[in-house]
Design a protein around this ligand. Structure first.
Ligand SMILES: Nc1nc2c(c(=O)[nH]1)N[C@H]1C(S)=C(S)[C@@H](COP(=O)(O)O)O[C@H]1N2
Ligand SMILES: [Mo]
Length: 410
């Protein structure tokens, strides 16, 4: 956003302006961290508090300027993450409250035939409405578990959420504006911006991805208008790709014929080439050594049992959690109760669509006393699976190491 609108808006709603109640000054209850407490750097653990942003439930505060708040894993028992508990991630601290009446979406760029300006009413009335369930996961989810540790927000397990998104297809809007043959990328910018001279958070996606029928501009989340902190009034939803491309408070979309070279594309959100499996590539942004992050890697989260939980001999133990991938679909989740020596297939829950996470469970009777090391590993329909060894990378992305949970049967 430009400097004039920054001055106009900054008094209203910079994240820094409001004094918030601290919900707890002690460390966050480990039950909300789902085991991440074992691996987070110690300074991070001690500084963590639960704090409620306006309109939100108390979430695990990581940083306040810019606002970065993690969802306690207890909310992941529900298939749809409640809007008030959905995680919040920002790079910059000038976050204006957008008025839906004056909000406009500008479509332009050198590879567009007819630049457009749309109001929220235009979006809702003149384009087909679609709904899609999709997991929104930060590229750096679980960064705090990286060893050696890397700089950046020290997320545990909760920088993600699953929601039902309603909106219009980006492709319908681009087609209305008319795309020239030389269109290469689509540049996305939101209403938030820097406070000083940091680079504005602007992202691009390849034109072929922008024209994918699953990519939408969403104005509803779980049947409600988007919460302010999750992109009111409209955000981009790029199912299957990490949330860095899911631009909130979207105000401009430019179809361009040249690779977009801003900081958040050229420098940040990059992976070493060849380290991770990657089907959907962003070739116009690749260099000889690295690539922008694209698809979410196959992953799972065990919600039960909890680490160090104690059970009685003869008790039936339910191992359960979630599994997800970039949208190929989860084929199976295998569970081990003997530290990885043997594996059994878990039962998959209802399928809410290929971009949604999927619940799974496996029950067994604990008929021996002693320690059990429980593990869960998801595999998708194209054969991708989770790793046992961390694939370390300097920005701390794509952590999908198989979890180990230790319980005691007495
Ligand atoms: N306008 C804007 N959109 C943004 C960001 C941002 O800083 N500004 N961060 C992105 C990143 S990296 C993530 S992980 C998601 C987080 O979405 P959420 O805050 O709704 O959970 O928003 C994305 N969209
Ligand atoms: Mo992110």
């Amino acid at each position: 956003m430009d400097r004039r609108s920054f001055l106009r808006n900054s008094l209203v709603a910079t994240a820094g302006g409001i004094l918030l109640p601290k919900m707890a000054l002690s460390a966050v209850d480990p039950r909300l961290l789902g085991g991440a407490e074992k691996e987070l750097p110690s300074g991070v653990l001690e500084e963590q508090v639960l704090e409620a942003l306006p309109g939100k439930k108390p979430l695990i505060k990581k940083t306040y300027r810019a606002p970065n708040y993690e969802t306690p894993v207890t909310y992941f028992e529900e298939i749809f993450t409640p809007n008030e508990a959905f995680f919040v991630r920002y790079h910059l601290s000038n976050i204006p409250m957008v008025d839906e009446k004056t909000w406009r979406l500008r479509i332009g760029g050198d590879a567009v035939e007819r630049p457009l300006e749309l109001s929220l009413d235009d979006l809702k009335k003149n384009f087909e409405q679609v709904e899609i369930v999709a997991l929104c996961q930060c590229s750096g989810n679980r960064r705090g578990l990286m060893k050696p540790h890397v700089p950046g927000v020290q997320w545990g397990y909760g920088a993600m959420g699953n929601a039902k998104w309603k909106g219009v297809r980006l492709k319908d809007i681009l087609n209305k504006a008319g795309i020239k043959a030389n269109a290469l990328e689509v540049v996305l910018n939101g209403a938030d911006g820097p406070v000083l001279n940091e680079p504005d958070f602007v992202k691009s996606i390849p034109i072929w991805k922008a024209l994918d029928e699953n990519v939408i501009l969403a104005y509803e989340m779980n049947d409600q208008p988007l919460p302010h902190w999750n992109g009111f009034p409209v955000r981009v939803v790029v199912p299957g790709w990490t949330a860095t491309y899911w631009i909130k408070h979207i105000v401009s979309i430019d179809v361009v014929s040249q690779p977009y070279k801003g900081f958040w594309m050229a420098t940040a959100y990059r992976l070493p080439l060849g380290k991770f499996p990657m089907v959907e590539r962003f070739t116009s942004q690749e260099t000889a050594v690295n690539t922008p992050i694209t698809e979410i890697v196959v992953n799972s989260l065990m919600l039960h049992p909890r680490d160090k939980q104690i059970f009685r001999r003869g008790q039936v133990i339910e191992v359960k959690g979630l599994a997800w991938d970039a949208g190929y679909g989860i084929k199976m989740v295998e569970v081990s109760i003997d530290g990885g020596k043997t594996w059994r297939e878990a039962e998959l829950g209802k399928d809410y669509g290929r971009f949604s996470w999927r619940q799974w469970k496996y029950t067994f009777k604990a008929d021996k006393k002693g320690k059990y090391v429980i593990m869960a590993k998801a595999t998708n329909r194209i054969g991708q699976t989770q790793t046992f060894e961390l694939i370390w990378n300097p920005a701390g992305y794509h952590h999908n190491v198989v979890q180990r949970v230790e319980i005691n049967v007495v």
